[in-house]
Design a protein around this ligand. Structure first.
Ligand code: R5P
Length: 286
């Protein structure tokens, strides 16, 4: 059987309720909990946006399911904290491990997710005792780009080496990215700015799709678009699996490119590629 969180209405009518007590504490309830007793349960719940609340809500639901002996596959298309899988300064938390350990401890038998930042490959893996089934939206994104602009001749490239796995099956090349230290003067915001994007291949006169796993502040994608345009690319599209579009990055990307879109793992106004059928298939739900 499967359960649907209110933050995943594209799957089906929600079967879980979340409310907030007057003091801000979270309330969670599973309708028909008796049907979950001793069962294999597939839980569709987004862990982003509002990640800290979404993670706590997931813990409440997982704990409730554990109490009735259910075995849970969690389906969450974007895994927050996945970019904190390495430390940059001594003493930093490995938050990707913290989250995965928490999910495993709460009884998640398997996590089904899409373009998990630290895995960089499709298939089954194990990360701090959490079994992860990672799938990629790259084929759907490339197919959408081709339909959108009617361009068969499309060079599919990535803005950095980390995203090479997204483009390599299309014969795509990758640029390279240099990040700086944590920005001083950003107060409590932890951010390492993108200093430059370099390219060791020719894009002159070509139609280009720049593909990344995510667009967050947009700095990476904006610099990548500027780079290929300077290099003489003809049409430039940019796409990512997960689109946060922080600050004014969406407006900026729209103004400098010939199109920008993402999958709907994170709802946003250019989430044009529907990954719900892919998620259902990977999770084994018809
Ligand atoms: C990083 O390695 C990722 O693949 C993305 O390139 C990055 O997280 C995008 O972040 P931003 O939009 O803030 O540059």
């Amino acid at each position: 059987m499967f359960l649907v969180s209110p933050n995943f209405p594209e799957i089906a009518q929600p079967s879980i309720e979340f409310k907030t007590f007057p003091d801000g504490d979270s309330y969670a309830r599973i309708n028909d909990i008796e049907k979950c007793q001793g069962e294999d349960v597939i839980l569709f719940h987004r862990l982003y946006p509002k990640q800290n609340t979404a993670i706590f809500n997931a813990s409440q639901i997982l704990h409730t399911l554990k109490r009735v002996g259910a075995r849970v596959t969690l389906v969450s298309p974007y895994l927050p904290y996945a970019r904190q899988d390495k430390t940059f300064l001594m003493g930093e938390a490995l938050s990707a491990q913290v989250l995965c350990k928490l999910l495993a401890d709460f009884g998640v038998v398997k996590l089904v997710t899409v373009d998990c930042h630290f895995l960089k490959k499709e298939g089954e893996s194990e990360y701090v005792h959490l079994k992860i089934h990672n799938t990629s939206a790259n084929k759907l994104l490339v197919e959408h780009a081709r339909k959108k602009v009617g361009l068969e001749q499309l060079e599919v490239i990535s803005p950095d080496q980390g995203a090479n796995y997204l483009v390599s099956e299309f014969g795509g090349k990758s640029m390279s990215k240099v990040r700086g230290d944590y920005d001083k003067g950003k107060g409590e915001e932890a951010y390492r700015s993108v200093q430059k994007i370099e390219r060791g291949f020719d894009v002159k006169g070509k139609n280009v799709l720049i593909l990344d796993d995510m667009i967050a502040t947009g700095s990476t994608m904006i610099k990548a678009v500027e780079n290929v345009k300077k290099g003489g690319a003809r049409k430039v599209l940019c796409a990512a699996t997960h689109g946060f579009f922080l600050n004014d990055s969406l407006a900026k990307l729209k103004s400098i490119s010939d199109g920008v879109f993402t999958a709907n793992s994170i709802p946003n106004e250019v989430a044009e590629v529907d990954i719900v059928p892919l998620l259902k298939k990977e999770a084994g739900v018809q």
